[in-house]
Design a binder for this molecule. Structure first.
Ligand SMILES: Nc1ncnc2c1ncn2[C@@H]1O[C@H](COP(=O)(O)OP(=O)(O)OP(=O)(O)O)[C@@H](O)[C@H]1O
Ligand SMILES: [Mg+2]
Length: 217
């Protein structure tokens, strides 16, 4: 899991779009598993975005959408149920997105992303707009799912703590014209704790300073 930080407007979302193959008008090239990305591919990459649920479909139908190519209906049903349970939405299968809270919607989106079983999961500010507790819980869920499935995951976040708590690697980008300012491997076990890990706390101060905040609380 690589977490990307950087000031607003430096091109983080643009970079994710390029990696996902939505924007090919670039001068360089993106290689995934040694092969150049030539356009969007829903088999390899899933882009997790909030409000990514289809509003006219129920939770069940939204999750099932990722398995539309699966032929065995019984297996498909089992799988959809399994993932809905994994994100603790059992009982809400027949609800439409507008009938769910923000956190529940985000959990349904997570189920939808994971059920596809993509090689790469791309997340652009996955926790934005959530209340503090829901943010913490869903972050924990993303870390757990990552530990369970080990999918290559790219996360863009404005939240330095999110990056340091979740990432196996962090990349800090500079303002425009952007370049990589810092890249660091994080070899700390989960669950991570700033109180206990002095090195992680020091890195946190360093990244805050790098992004222009001298007195981070
Ligand atoms: N390398 C670049 N060269 C030229 N234009 C760029 C480049 N990177 C980004 N831009 C342009 O800058 C604008 C903002 O980029 P983008 O949305 O990717 O920023 P961001 O880092 O995701 O910002 P935010 O944190 O606010 O979401 C877009 O209009 C994009 O086309
Ligand atoms: Mg962005």
């Amino acid at each position: 899991m690589v977490c990307i930080l950087g000031p607003s407007g430096c091109g983080k979302s643009t970079m994710l779009r390029i990696i996902a193959g939505f924007d090919t008008s670039i001068s360089g090239q993106v290689l995934i598993g040694g092969r150049p990305v030539k356009g969007p591919s829903s088999d390899n990459i899933f882009v997790f975005q909030h409000s990514g649920l289809l509003p006219w479909m129920t939770v069940w139908q939204n999750v099932e959408l990722g398995l539309r190519h699966m032929e065995d209906n019984e297996k498909k049903k089992e799988k959809v149920q399994e993932y809905i349970e994994m994100v603790e939405l059992e009982g809400f299968e027949d609800h439409y997105p507008y009938q769910l809270s923000g956190g529940m919607q985000r959990r349904a989106e997570l189920a939808r992303a994971i059920v596809v079983n993509p090689d790469i999961l791309i997340m652009d500010e996955p926790f934005s707009g959530l209340d503090f507790l829901t943010h913490m819980k869903i972050r924990e869920e993303v870390v757990n799912m990552h530990e369970l499935f080990g999918k290559t995951t790219l996360v863009v976040t404005h939240d330095i703590d999110d990056a340091l708590i979740m990432g196996d690697r962090i990349v800090v980008m500079s303002g425009r014209p952007s370049s990589v300012k810092l890249e660091r491997k994080l070899d700390f076990p989960h669950p991570r704790n700033f109180e206990k890990e002095t090195e992680l706390r020091e890195l946190r101060d360093e990244v805050f300073l790098m992004l222009g905040v001298s007195y981070a609380v």
